[in-house]
Write a protein that binds this ligand. Structure first.
Ligand SMILES: *Cc1c(COP(=O)(O)O)cnc(C)c1O
Length: 382
């Protein structure tokens, strides 16, 4: 593979960081499904970097290279899901340690962390990270060794100032990990803002086609103890992504910058439309000037505010469910970042987490925005 890291994102993505198949001459890297690799008559591996599939493979390396170049990271590690990536990072924390996590983020993260920390005797503190003073105070009091924030957060769309968060965590000797899933490497660069590790559920916008489960961690400090430990954990405990998933990911990422641009444009237009609608109580989208995190988001995001938006329907759960039920183009399903638009009634899924009963979370796809708007108009009509 050629070094394409000096090129711009759209070029790196479209050309998969230069990956081709030199053997066949194909312009697409091959999908090699072998779990094990040949040795010669002297019992030396034909390719020293290819021994066994759990260790590494060409197509996983290609996908990791593309991701590293898009993120501006020195190194990335792929995992079979976003949760596997988060778990690999937190498994490095010793028993009796102390960690801090943003409250009201992706529920799967909160739930797993609570269970894991209880089991391992790790002190877990939860704080609203978009409240900079509360976050800084929590860091100062608890001195956590590892901190996880999520911006924009899911499904509240809260925005945390990345530079300020990194300063607060580093002041007490901790490491900052940022779940940047909703922004993808296209709209936001947490490492440049001082984060130590960036995490994405690549299941979402990075793959973008709702057909691959994957997660990724990225860093610029490849010598850090935590990175060495995470790498060893993935290698030894075996949370590796399969070749077909990695191949699909490489294919999906070719259009990532294009998709994020269009999704952000569509989401912005729908947020502005919903903001003016009689039946809508509130719209949560950082692209709206009235959003409390708008100024920070404008500073630290580039090229749009992403596909994720929530709005609260007047009339509570029944009214929101009626709207979701009438939508014809938005698929009623969880997840986000795919080319097709999705709608979700979070309160039905997580009834005890403080989600407003009237909240609908939407992932805006790349359909024609006028068609999406017309669908919302008919669904919101009383
Ligand atoms: C989906 C998601 C995850 C979990 O990723 P999986 O690939 O589903 O394991 C973590 N964080 C955020 C913000 C997500 O949206």
């Amino acid at each position: 593979m050629s070094d394409t890291s000096r090129l711009n994102q759209a070029t790196i993505a479209a050309q998969a960081a230069g990956a081709v198949d030199p053997q066949s001459g194909g312009v697409v890297p091959p999908l090699q499904m072998a779990t094990t690799y040949l040795r010669d008559a002297q019992y030396q591996p034909l390719r020293p970097d290819n021994i066994y599939l759990r260790d590494q493979s060409d197509i996983v390396r290609v996908a990791e290279t593309v991701l590293a170049q898009l993120e501006g990271a020195a190194e990335t590690l792929l995992f079979p899901s976003g949760m596997a990536a988060i778990a690999a990072a937190f498994r490095t924390v010793p028993n009796g340690g102390c960690v801090l996590v943003q409250s009201q983020i992706y529920w799967g993260t909160t739930k797993w962390l609570r269970d894991f920390c209880t089991r391992r005797g790790i002190e877990l503190h939860e704080v609203e990270a978009s409240d900079a003073a509360a976050f800084e105070a929590a860091c100062a009091v608890h001195k956590p060794s590892l901190v996880l924030i999520e911006t924009p957060s899911n499904p509240w769309l809260r925005i945390t100032d990345l530079e300020a968060a990194a300063k607060a965590v580093h002041a007490v000797g901790g490491l900052l990990m940022v779940d940047s899933t909703a922004a993808t490497p296209v709209l936001q660069k947490p490492l440049a803002a001082g984060a130590d590790i960036v995490m994405h559920s690549a299941t979402k916008g990075i793959n973008g086609h709702s057909d691959v489960l994957a997660g990724v961690l990225a860093t610029n400090d490849t010598e850090a103890q935590i990175w060495t430990d995470i790498k060893a954990d993935r290698h030894d405990a075996g949370a590796v992504i399969g070749p077909f998933e990695a191949w699909l990911l490489v294919r999906g990422m070719r259009t990532l910058p294009l998709r994020m641009r269009e999704m952000s444009r569509n989401a912005q237009a729908l947020a502005e439309f919903l903001d003016q609608h009689d039946q809508v109580e509130a719209v949560l989208y950082p692209g709206l000037p009235a959003h409390p995190g708008h100024d920070i988001a404008t500073r630290q995001m580039n090229g749009g505010f992403g596909p994720l938006l929530s709005f609260i329907v007047k009339g509570g759960a029944d009214a929101a469910l009626a709207v979701a039920g009438k939508l014809a183009l938005f698929h009623r399903a969880t997840s986000l970042g795919g080319v097709e638009s999705l709608v979700e009634h979070r309160h039905t899924i997580e009834p005890h987490t403080g989600i407003p009963e009237g909240l609908l979370r939407v992932s805006v796809g790349i359909e024609d925005v006028e068609d999406l708007k017309a669908d919302l108009i008919q669904a919101l009509a009383v």
